[in-house]
Design a protein around this ligand. Structure first.
Ligand code: NAP
Length: 251
């Protein structure tokens, strides 16, 4: 059977860890050549090695998605090596460090929007001309249930993730003319390193059991296969949608 993404070129940001790494591995397993971005060059290289070891195609593209000129250059250089990008997964992100509204300073607020919102904007801008020329493209933004439902002590993170939902809907309408579909995944609580030690605390476990009907965290694979489907030809009629694998926490 033909693989879902044979012949496609995909860029996954923040793919040195967690959800992004598994997104990259699953897209590669489905035949895509994957450009692996991460802030940390060693982490990006490790994901590339894992993909190549599994028989896939990947190259690294290290860089900060929040730095407009540098990330644009890095993406253009990578695209010259493997071809114009068909699939962009805007995944790079940082945790919100639980803080009350009045404790969030300007620097933390700027960093949150710089990475999640402007980072997705810069990467989208870098790949768009190639997609328009091919009259084909898939952009998948990584939002969060916090962007849909909010949460106390995380308003900078929730605000940035909600902005991604707005961008997803606006871009879906604006880019439809070129047959580019734009969707978002909005994960609930997924087992990755992003929360650090907080995910092992009694407070976190009790909160999860009280609020998540399926009574467990999700696995990165449970996001990555959705991303692979949204990136495929089979999802061509889906655009502007926010799909939230979250164990029933937000319905
Ligand atoms: P993760 O394991 O920490 O992975 C995030 C990756 O993004 C890290 O490798 C990180 O690199 C990289 N990154 C951070 N800032 C970057 C930048 N400016 N440029 C390029 N790469 C950057 O976290 P994750 O849980 O997989 O999160 C992936 C995405 O899912 C994020 O957008 C997150 O907000 C979202 N999300 C996660 C959950 C969850 O429960 N895990 C739930 C909802 C949404 P460094 O390690 O070097 O910083």
């Amino acid at each position: 059977m033909e693989k879902l993404l044979e012949g496609r070129v995909a860029l996954v940001t923040g793919a040195g860890s967690g959800i992004g790494r598994v997104d990259a591995e699953v897209l590669a397993s489905q035949g895509a050549s994957v450009i692996v971005n991460d802030f940390n060059p060693e982490a990006a290289a490790a994901t590339v090695d894992a993909i190549i070891e599994a028989g896939g195609h990947a190259i690294a593209c290290a860089g900060d998605v929040g730095c407009s000129a540098a990330i644009t250059d890095a993406i253009n250089t990578a695209a010259r090596q493997v071809g114009d990008i068909d699939i962009l997964v805007n995944n790079a992100g940082i945790a919100g460090n639980r803080r009350a509204f009045h404790e969030i300073d300007d620097e933390q607020l700027d960093r949150m929007f710089q990475i999640h919102v402007k980072g997705a904007w810069y990467c989208t801008r870098a790949v768009l001309a190639g997609m328009k020329q091919k009259r084909r493209g898939k952009i998948i933004n990584t939002s969060s249930i916090l962007g849909m439902a909010g949460r106390t002590r995380a308003s900078h993170y929730a605000g940035a993730k909600a902005a991604l939902i707005g961008l997803t809907k606006a871009w879906a309408k604006e880019f439809a003319e070129w047959n580019i579909q734009v969707n978002a995944v909005a994960p609930g609580r997924i087992r990755t390193p992003i929360l650090g030690d907080f995910a092992n605390t009694e407070e976190y476990r009790n909160d999860l059991l009280a609020k998540v009907p399926l009574r467990r965290r999700g696995e990165p694979e449970e996001i990555a296969w959705l991303v692979a489907f949204l990136a495929s030809h089979q999802a061509d009629y889906i655009t502007g949608q926010i799909i939230s694998p979250n164990g029933g926490e937000v319905i």
